[in-house]
Design a protein around this ligand. Structure first.
Ligand SMILES: Nc1ncnc2c1ncn2[C@@H]1O[C@H](COP(=O)(O)OP(=O)(O)OP(=O)(O)O)[C@@H](O)[C@H]1O
Length: 265
């Protein structure tokens, strides 16, 4: 792992204008992410995880503080920061292949010929194990497969940072476990930096180098950061018996259910 900071957030604030007045979503968020690091954001529903990820993606602008990517202020979305959402957001009238190709063309189309673009598209689909389904359209494949197309599309742009907003949230436990393992393999292969929002404590411990635990809103902020020192590659079966793994899991649970219990809605 390099030691260069790729993302550097200081004193980030987010206040939304709503019909009922302003809503202070995030307050004084400070976080740096190093190149090659896998960071998860965890916290109760509505605490501001997606808001923070969207600020890093450049999809929304912070109302205060400074967010840097590679030393420069984040002014908008960039293919260097690939985003995958929970609802996979594929274009329904295009095949899996075309959904990925579109992204590849947008990033590399000005510099590379069609043959090379096709090669990139096929490689991204192969990486998530979907070569055989490339001609299918989104309604013809399962939720897990759609999510994999979303991941292939993000990876095909060769982003330096992958931003994942609960990418496995809507999936059954087995598909989820399988995709977590694939994600670990892909990240090890590509050396990508990852910032991922999750609700799932086991997912956070299994995947992360650091777990960023957020306090409840309004004016949510980072409550605690847990460094996960488990050797890689990680094996979910072996970890299920691992004392250190269980300690990490207990620390996150304690933060969520004792230090930051969810308020009654
Ligand atoms: N565009 C917006 N306008 C007004 N309020 C917003 C907007 N986006 C988010 N919020 C509010 O900011 C808070 C944080 O929302 P956010 O979606 O970031 O939470 P979250 O932690 O990702 O939640 P979940 O885990 O349920 O997805 C919530 O109270 C939400 O209602």
């Amino acid at each position: 792992m390099g030691s260069a900071k790729i993302i550097d957030i200081s004193h980030a604030e987010m206040v939304f204008d709503t019909k009922k007045g302003s809503f202070h979503a995030l307050a004084d968020v400070n976080l740096s992410v190093e190149q090659g690091e896998f960071v998860t954001l965890i916290g109760h529903s509505g605490c501001g995880k997606s808001t923070l990820l969207n600020l890093i993606a450049g999809l929304t602008r912070a109302t205060g503080g400074v967010l840097l990517y590679g030393g420069r202020e984040i002014a908008g979305p960039s293919p260097e920061r690939g985003v995958v959402f929970q609802n996979h957001s594929l274009l329904p009238w295009l095949s899996c292949y075309e959904n990925v190709y579109l992204a590849v063309e947008r990033v590399f189309g000005a510099r590379e010929g069609k043959g090379k673009l096709r090669e990139r598209t096929q490689a991204a689909l192969a990486m998530v194990g979907l070569s055989a389904a490339s001609a299918k359209r989104p309604h013809e494949i399962s939720g897990g497969m759609k999510q994999r197309v979303g991941i292939a599309r993000a990876l095909s742009m060769e982003p330096r940072v992958l931003l994942l907003d609960e990418p496995f949230g809507a999936l059954d436990a087995l598909t989820r476990a399988h995709l977590q393992d694939e994600l670990l393999r892909i990240v090890a292969e590509t050396g990508s930096t990852v910032v991922m929002v999750t609700h799932d404590v086991d997912e956070a411990v299994l995947l992360s180098d650091r777990i960023v635990m957020m306090s409840n809103g309004p004016a949510a902020t980072i409550g605690q950061i847990l460094q996960v020192r488990l050797a890689r590659p990680r094996d979910r079966l072996a970890l299920a018996q691992d004392a250190l793994y269980m300690d990490y899991r207990a620390s996150v649970l304690e933060f969520l259910y004792q230090r930051q219990p969810r308020r009654a809605a």
